[in-house]
Design a protein around this ligand. Structure first.
Ligand SMILES: C[S@@+](CC[C@H](N)C(=O)[O-])C[C@H]1O[C@@H](n2cnc3c(N)ncnc32)[C@H](O)[C@@H]1O
Ligand code: SF4
Length: 386
């Protein structure tokens, strides 16, 4: 299989948001140039292992890639082109925090080849932004979006977070409506997750943060799905909605099992049936790459059972669902539990695929576990007729 995508991690942020568990650092701007040089060296070293093959997608994620100077992004892209090459219609995405951008920065990012933006707005409600500890206001987020358009970005995604404690339902609905009114090509709507090791997790443990109930979460999610779909955004993954043809090609690669290389601090890769990942301590990362030692921390072969579980877990979250083997089709067609999940409109069997039905979208992960358990319990070749 050929390498589909390249993920490049930029770990620098203007602040550490209290909900975020991504590998991110603040107050170390003096490391930008050294880090980018290390990234380029890691890319060159990886290029010796993997065949040169033009990439379909490149994704600068973080952290906050717009925290560093766009000329550094350009420097990385030149190296990527030299080492791997890029297809003529390559999708090059940059994650951007509205508090770190202006027209000049966006224009510079366009001029070095970036053609897709993922704007971390999170909310258009200033109270919610404060709760989320963001550095920008709703007005700044709107200005950032306009500047991106002015700079020539014709493929822009907006990230939103719902189920934020103490943020009212009308405030969330207003945020979604505001996002729609800006007419982006893509919207990601994530339920707030309380991640271990974050300030929100600590506050929750101390009883200072009361999260929404599962039912309230499901109500907000369901309203959001239907609102976005009625505004012309197709749902192609649990949290992702796009205008026709504007789905993220990079993320679709992850969800459909295509190969990708990740470079930089804590970046993960999936190549040749193996997953491997880099260390997450910045000083060790820099020293290793500078000393021509691989920054890889671990590696594992994805065995048959894990591969199946991942195929269901990732595939079921997409609108295409999971492509089933003939044996899986036979088992599911004749299984009583599967029949009840279909009756409850959680799942649908469509010829050789299992896909989420309308009521299944808010419980995709649980359904994937249920399906794989059900297939693993079933002795092969003994369909159970209801
Ligand atoms: C790496 S960040 C995006 C870029 C940039 N750092 C920013 O925050 O503007 C990726 C996205 O993940 C989402 N995210 C991060 N932590 C989350 C959490 N705990 N729950 C839900 N969404 C989260 C946010 O929507 C965020 O925009
Ligand atoms: S949400 Fe974005 S800006 Fe905030 S800490 Fe995480 S990566 Fe950094």
């Amino acid at each position: 299989m050929a390498l589909h995508g390249l993920y490049i991690h930029i770990p620098f942020c203007p602040q550490i948001c209290p909900y975020c568990a991504f590998s991110s650092l603040r107050g170390v701007d003096h490391l930008h140039e050294r880090y980018v040089l290390a990234l380029c060296n890691e890319l060159c070293a990886r290029g010796e292992t993997y065949q040169r093959n033009p990439l379909q997608t490149v994704f600068f994620g973080g952290g906050t890639p717009t925290q560093i100077d766009p000329s550094l992004i350009g420097q990385v892209l030149e190296t990527v082109d030299r080492v791997f090459g890029m297809c003529s219609d390559v999708e090059i995405t940059v994650e951007a925090n509205p508090g770190t951008v202006d027209l000049e920065k966006f224009s510079h990012l366009r001029s070095v080849g970036c053609n897709r933006l993922s704007l971390g707005v999170q909310s258009f409600d200033n109270y919610a932004l404060k709760k989320l500890g963001r550095v920008h206001s709703s007005e700044e987020a709107i200005r950032a979006f306009s500047s991106a358009r002015e700079a020539g970005f014709s493929n822009v995604s907006i990230d939103l977070i719902f189920s934020v404690p103490s943020v009212s339902e009308p405030a969330w609905k207003g945020s979604v409506d505001r996002a729609i009114s800006l007419q982006p090509e893509h919207i990601s709507a994530y339920a707030l997750t309380i991640e271990e090791g974050t300030l929100f997790a600590k506050r929750e443990r101390e009883g200072m943060l009361v999260v929404l109930t599962e039912d309230d979460d499901a109500i907000q999610y369901d309203w959001t799905r239907h609102r976005l779909m009625s505004a012309g955004f197709g749902q192609y993954e649990v949290s992702n909605f796009a205008q026709d043809g504007r789905e993220s090609r990079h993320n679709l690669g992850y969800w459909t099992g295509l190969e990708y290389l990740g470079v930089g601090l804590s970046a993960h890769s999936y190549i040749g049936g193996e997953r491997f990942w880099n260390i997450s301590d910045i000083e060790s990362y820099l020293q290793r790459v500078e000393g021509k030692i691989s920054p890889e921390e671990g590696r594992e072969r994805v065995d048959g059972q894990t591969a199946r579980r991942e195929r269901f877990w990732l595939g079921l979250r997409t609108s295409q669902g999971v492509l089933l083997t003939e044996m899986e089709q036979e088992i599911l067609k004749h299984n009583c539990r599967m029949a009840s999940l279909v009756d409850a409109e959680f799942l649908r069997l469509e010829h050789d695929r299992v896909v989420l039905a309308d009521s299944g979208w808010c419980r995709a992960d649980g359904l994937a576990v249920e399906l794989t358990d059900l297939l693993e319990q079933k002795p092969e070749g003994t369909p159970n007729v209801c």
